[in-house]
Write a protein that binds this ligand. Structure first.
Ligand code: NDP
Length: 495
């Protein structure tokens, strides 16, 4: 085992008594209960965070509202862009520290924390920064007749909705937290983030760096705690919009709560049961490394990762044999050792959930390879390939969000489309083939917000991302998110 050294500043940061981050400083209420933060690779408690009460949440929301009204919404778009870019610079400067925090709390392999999570967070933030000066309305020529020779003109303004509640899951807290910061701040909104209780530390650190970047105190606040803390935030009268990323059941509950709060605006980025369709012409040797990497990155705990593999029957056996060999040779172990490519699951409840699904598969003799629970400390499960004969199998219907991939053969493209779309989810899918005529005919029929061709799980800041069906509401990135964080105001003038 060749683990990297934990930086001194990381040790110091982890050891602090963490409070909420409100109005540019830590806010600690000694009466609030504490929540343990556990390193999933060792099962040791490494830190504690506060379980935020309605009172703390209200203080944070109120500060975000004051900063919105008096400071951030009044600042020029150019200046807002400069400050977001400065935050991106500071994330780059502190990249190793942030990467280590993510690895210690989420069990993410250190190279993924460094080169995917932290490095891409910087790129995404710079994209949001570049959008601050591109928020526009339009001019309109009204058509209704003039009665006494008067004329009319109209234009639209886009105005920030106000304070955003950003509720973030545990799989990529730093990056998803930054998406929410970038979406809110680039449109002139301010934000109160509620990270997952498991992976709070990197989000608290970003809030500190934002102050160093010159982002005004109160523009980015963080309240820590469990789901109830998130509920308090949605209920706050200072919050105008909820931006949630997480599971479908929680998303539906949050959407209902937001609607009951006087139709609070809501964007939902939820789970998926994403399909990868391998057509008859695929070269298994060529595609396998890319398919396996996009499936099992961060132990498969990626919302857009493929969980259902549909392979043409002529290539089924070859895929299963070769994929099993690759999975069995994957180095698994401490995420702090850069030579490992596979680490632990991120937290105990999720580990138990994945074990439940694997037990179902084991009982029915469906496991082709992997799915073993490793002895010793840490939430380690070896990457699993499971065969499914019936599309009604729970492993083919429910999101496992872990290192479990199910495979089924198909005969023709009509059957393939029926099977892909027979799901409540519609987040992402991929088609693997060099027969572009077939691929172009399949794309419009697939019910998913993103379709990749000969690749999978590839998010880019310039390309909109979000789910169809139960996988979500709204789109992130590009300029598509701007509609969700602004209100259109129509102005008509008579002259
Ligand atoms: P959850 O839905 O369990 O939780 C997400 C966040 O919501 C956490 O911060 C959680 O806090 C909080 N929360 C839980 N209950 C409530 C509530 N009633 N009101 C307000 N907040 C609440 O998801 P996970 O954290 O388990 O993340 C995994 C899920 O996220 C998967 O389904 C995955 O597909 C999805 N996801 C979707 C993405 C997308 O872009 N479409 C990207 C990444 C993940 P706490 O953790 O403290 O309970």
């Amino acid at each position: 085992m060749n683990q990297i050294e934990i930086l001194e500043q990381v040790q110091e940061f982890v050891a602090r008594q963490h409070g909420h981050f409100i109005n540019g400083q830590y806010y600690l209420d000694q009466k609030e209960p504490r929540i343990d933060i556990t390193n999933p690779a060792t099962e040791k408690v490494i830190a504690t965070i506060a379980d935020g009460s309605a009172t703390s949440v209200e203080i944070a929301a109120k500060n975000a509202q004051d900063t919105f009204k008096n400071v951030w919404s009044k600042m020029s778009p150019y200046e807002r862009g400069l400050k977001l870019n400065k935050l991106a610079d500071l994330i780059e400067v502190n990249a190793e520290e942030l990467a280590q925090l993510e690895t210690l709390t989420a069990g993410k392999q250190i190279n993924i924390s460094r080169h995917l999570e932290v490095a891409q967070t910087v790129i995404f933030l710079r994209h949001f920064a570049s959008n601050t000066t591109k928020i526009e309305g339009k001019t309109i020529q009204p058509s209704l007749p003039s009665m006494q020779g008067e004329q009319y003109t109209a234009f639209t303004l886009r105005q920030p909705v106000g304070v955003v509640a950003g509720i973030v899951p545990w799989n990529f807290s730093l990056m998803i937290g930054a998406w929410k910061i970038g979406s809110a701040l680039s449109t002139g909104c301010t934000i109160v983030l509620k990270p997952s209780e498991f992976t709070t530390l990197s989000v608290l650190r970003i809030a500190e760096l934002a102050i160093e970047a010159g982002i005004p105190a109160g523009a980015i606040n963080v309240v820590t705690g469990l789901g109830l803390t998130g509920q308090h935030l949605i209920d706050s009268s200072s919050v105008q919009k909820v931006s949630f990323t997480g599971s479908v059941p929680t998303g539906i509950r949050i959407g209902q709560q937001a609607m009951q709060n006087d139709l609070k605006r809501v964007s939902l980025e939820l789970g998926g049961k994403n399909a990868a369709a391998l057509l008859a012409d695929v070269n298994i040797d060529e595609i396998l490394p890319i398919l396996i990497q996009s499936t099992f990155v961060h132990q498969g705990q990626v919302c857009a990762a493929p969980e259902r593999i549909f392979v043409h029957q002529s290539k089924y056996q070859e895929l299963v044999t070769k994929a099993s060999a690759v999975l069995e040779s994957m180095p698994i172990g401490s995420p702090l050792d850069p030579s490992n490519v596979f680490g632990p699951l991120s937290n105990k409840p999720h580990y138990e959930k994945v074990k439940y699904y694997l037990n179902l598969a084991k009982e029915k003799g469906q496991i082709l390879t992997g799915g073993e629970i490793l002895d010793g400390e840490g939430y380690y499960i070896t990457p699993a390939l499971v065969k499914v004969d019936d599309v009604n199998d729970p492993l083919f219907i429910e999101e496992t969000f872990g290192p479990v991939i199910s495979v089924i053969a198909f005969e023709d493209e009509d059957q393939l489309i029926d099977m892909i779309n027979d799901s409540r989810f519609g987040l992402a899918a991929s088609v693997w083939s060099n027969d572009m005529s077939k691929v172009m005919r399949l794309i419009p029929k697939i019910e998913a917000g993103s379709v990749w061709v000969n690749m999978h799980t590839f998010l880019d800041p310039a390309v909109p991302f979000g789910g169809m069906k139960a996988s979500g509401l709204g789109r992130e990135f590009s300029d598509a998110y701007i509609d969700d964080y602004t209100e259109i105001k129509s102005v008509m003038m008579r002259f």
